[in-house]
Design a protein around this ligand. Sequence first.
Ligand SMILES: [Zn+2]
Length: 675
Amino acid sequence: MTDAANPLLADWTTPFGLPPFAAIEDAHFAPALDAALEEGRAAIAAIADNPEPPTFANTIEALELADRTLDRVAGVFFNLAGSDSNPAREALQRDYAPKFSAYASEIVNNEALFARIATLWEARDSLGLTPEQMRVLHLTHRSFVRSGAALQGEARDRLTEVKSRLAVLGTSFTQNLLADEREWFMELSEGDLEGLPDFVIDTARAAGEEKGAKGPVVTLSRSLIVPFLQFSPRRDLRETAWRAWTARGANGGATDNRQIAAEVLKLRDERAKLLGYADFAAYKLETEMAGGADRVRDLLMAVWEPAKASAEADARVLEEMMREDGVNGPLEPWDWRYYAERRRKAEHDLDEAELKPFFQLEAMIDAAFDCATRLFGLEFRPLEVDLYHPDARAWEVTREGRHMAVFIGDYFARGSKRSGAWCSAMRSQKKLGGETRPIVVNVCNFAKGNPALLSYDDARTLFHEFGHALHQMLSDVTYGSISGTSVARDFVELPSQLYEHWLEVPEVLKTHARHARTGEAIPQPLLDRLLAAQTYDMGFQTVEYVASALVDLDFHDGAAPDDPMAAQEATPARLGMPRAIGMRHATPHFAHVFAGDGYSSGYYSYMWSEVMDADAFAAFEEAGDPFDRDLAAKLERHILSAGGSEEADALYTAFRGRMPGVEALLKGRGLDRAA
Ligand SMILES: [Zn+2]
């Protein structure tokens, strides 16, 4: 096939330059990806071998544009691989994953290329760069240095060895964990099912069939064991199940992860030191808004004490319930979920069936759009265009008649879609090489229906992903590498989690949460109960999470511990963690931290983002109007349009006038009351 015949490589003359989905076939991807990689390699070689001395334009800007075709083709491919896969697309993913990683490492290991970048970095103050250009130069140089581009000889070889050993250990860690999770199950007699709701019984029976057992079983799958711990009145069975669940990865033998965890921590420490950092936390947090371990610890400790006080108060109530059941002795970790569930039922009984008719998918899409109109003046017009699946829908997003973006909503679950919900940009905003406006996709897994009805959590998810979409659609930067959501990991969830707050605004719910059949607005008492239930059992959840986040931080801040299991015990002991709460993730199954590098020394970031979103929304509450246009304009100027053009704390401070404090988070989690 010639390039001209491949629709992925031809010019896209479709409306808004959308990919020509109707013409694209799976057979087009491999040749298009190959051609795009080849074009990228040629562009990189041309930059590296350019006989002219390096300039910002012939090096950094040229690098920004080197992957033009690859970005375009990969943007389509990865979207389809996630949201509408098939065996051919899965095979392509397996084939191309090593090709992409080889391509990326060729670039960072290109010495001539790095020499040009390093020359520019040295001369940065005399280049007359704009602040955004300076930022892009800084980030480009930093990412090469962090990959080891500045190392020579033995140090460089050792870094390569360490990285590949870490990759092997990460894979083993995951596989051992899966093996332990597969291995264990507990058979239940018919009598053992007493007190379990139907959905748990159904899941247990299905699991029993899968395991070839005679009857229902409990497995270590989160979707089965957590409800079992919540609902089973059998304390002995709960204890057995809880002990097995928390022993994953620490059962001795070939699947034991304890040695792996110790080796991973040592190698990470070595990697950081090879690159010139004091320890792994310093290396890892350099690129984050938090910047260093002390700030992370300060944040976690500010939340810890009120959370602990709240959990201790809850523990007393639960222990009293246990006494009334005639159980003596202290509340144990296998008791908490059970008594907390019974208390929830008594105090916050929310009937999903009563709620659901008020949350129609169409109305919630309208609500998300409506908030964006009131805040940012955006308007949404349905588009009749060819997309990749009949369930996907597109809108043109405009402001005062000006085209801003194409938004694609792909909301329904199907077998070809991976689970979860996400936002991706099929095309990102940038101005270099001509103004490019984004094509942004929100993908969810909601159940179909007529009309389609959402749970309240689903509606929050819709708002969450739409918040990410706004970060892409309002982006207004020159360079694609810092566009939209290309920001620090502990900053990227701010726009999405912040947007969830608008769903909770009573006037939004009163307008859009209307009964599917009667059109009646959600009644105030139901709304009150719904909002009150959101903060139930937050002491437990916060303690469980913060303890794991602190253990993760302690592992990486300073020298690696010789015995991670002992270190894992020391942290909660020092903090006085309530004994009836286990850690959310014990070391031998803490996949966030050991299965790869993603959340190592970064597990805190969920809470960091929540601190910011609560604090940012509090600005609107202080203004007395959730739709305050001046504040929305500031939010857009400093955060939603700014991408990664400045350090995240500078962006936040420009919006809020100060760094975030934890007060709004404590209030939002209902933890201010117990302290
Ligand atoms: Zn998110």
